[in-house]
Design a protein around this ligand. Structure first.
Ligand SMILES: Nc1ncnc2c1ncn2[C@@H]1O[C@H](COP(=O)(O)OP(=O)(O)OP(=O)(O)O)[C@@H](O)[C@H]1O
Ligand SMILES: [Mg+2]
Length: 242
């Protein structure tokens, strides 16, 4: 297991958003994190990434517990989050946004250009727009840039929070095609997704979060075949992109 999370707890003041979550994923595999609105999916990813510091539990990457480290130090260990809502700098160009993703690596300009070439190899739409301001891109293009920015950090585990939110089916397909290419290259993925069917088709393993705890965990294919999963834990989720 490249990523092992045990008894993760995340609190916001008096609110306990994540209460004892366990999950694990092997190198080069994909984990889908599912659940209703407000279940604690984003908080789980934030706790793993260190954007929110966990109040209890462990987050091990290759056996090293990083749960007390800062978000930057976790990026140095290869844990990278593509946050909900993309969070690009709209006034900066696509190229500058990608450079931000690599800032911890302190690359020289030539090496930075090479990384941009490498990361956008599957992303012609991004490559064509490197000098365009990020704020002028379509929502789908912005999401692709957000993922590319995450890749610029050199992740071993890339976590994406609702990458297809609000996007047209054709863009959702482009994102999942990219994920498949990345998996084939050996990257490990953790994807929070409202489109349950799309996520389970990509993933090897899945967990369903309910009220801050893991309600169900197993092989993605088994969860996809279980009507109870849908009815009990995922009512209100979307089956397919609108
Ligand atoms: N910054 C915060 N301060 C206080 N409470 C928060 C904060 N962020 C999240 N919460 C609460 O923590 C719980 C889990 O929220 P979280 O965003 O993790 O859910 P989610 O599963 O990602 O939901 P969604 O599908 O709507 O994105 C919710 O009750 C939410 O109101
Ligand atoms: Mg969320």
């Amino acid at each position: 297991m490249i990523l092992e999370v045990e008894s993760l707890e995340v609190r916001y003041g008096d609110v306990t958003a994540v209460r004892g979550v366990d999950l694990a994923i092997g190198e080069g595999a994909a984990l889908a994190v599912l659940g209703r609105n407000g279940a604690g999916k984003s908080s789980t990813l934030r706790g793993i990434a260190g954007v929110s510091l966990p109040t209890a539990g462990s987050v091990r990457i290759d056996g090293v517990d990083v749960a007390r480290l800062s978000a930057d130090d976790r990026v140095r260990h290869g844990i990278v989050l593509v946050p909900e809502g993309r969070r690009l700098f709209p006034q900066l160009t696509v190229r500058e946004n990608l450079a931000v993703g690599a800032y911890l690596r302190k690359l020289r300009p030539a090496a930075l250009d090479e990384e941009i070439e490498r990361v956008t190899i599957h992303l012609p739409r991004v490559r064509e727009r490197l000098d365009q301001d990020a704020g002028t891109l379509s929502g789908g293009e912005q999401q692709l840039v957000a993922i590319a920015r995450g890749l610029m950090a050199g992740p071993r585990v890339l976590m994406a929070d609702e990458p297809s939110l609000g996007l047209a089916p054709i863009i959702v397909d482009a994102i999942y095609d990219l994920f498949r290419s990345l998996l084939a290259e050996g990257l490990t993925l953790v994807v929070v997704e409202q489109y349950v069917g799309v996520a389970l088709a990509l993933a090897d393993q899945a967990v369903v979060i309910d009220r801050g705890a893991v309600a169900l965990a197993g092989k993605a294919a088994d969860l996809a075949d279980s009507p109870d999963v849908w009815r009990v834990y995922l009512s209100g989720s979307e089956e397919e992109p609108a």
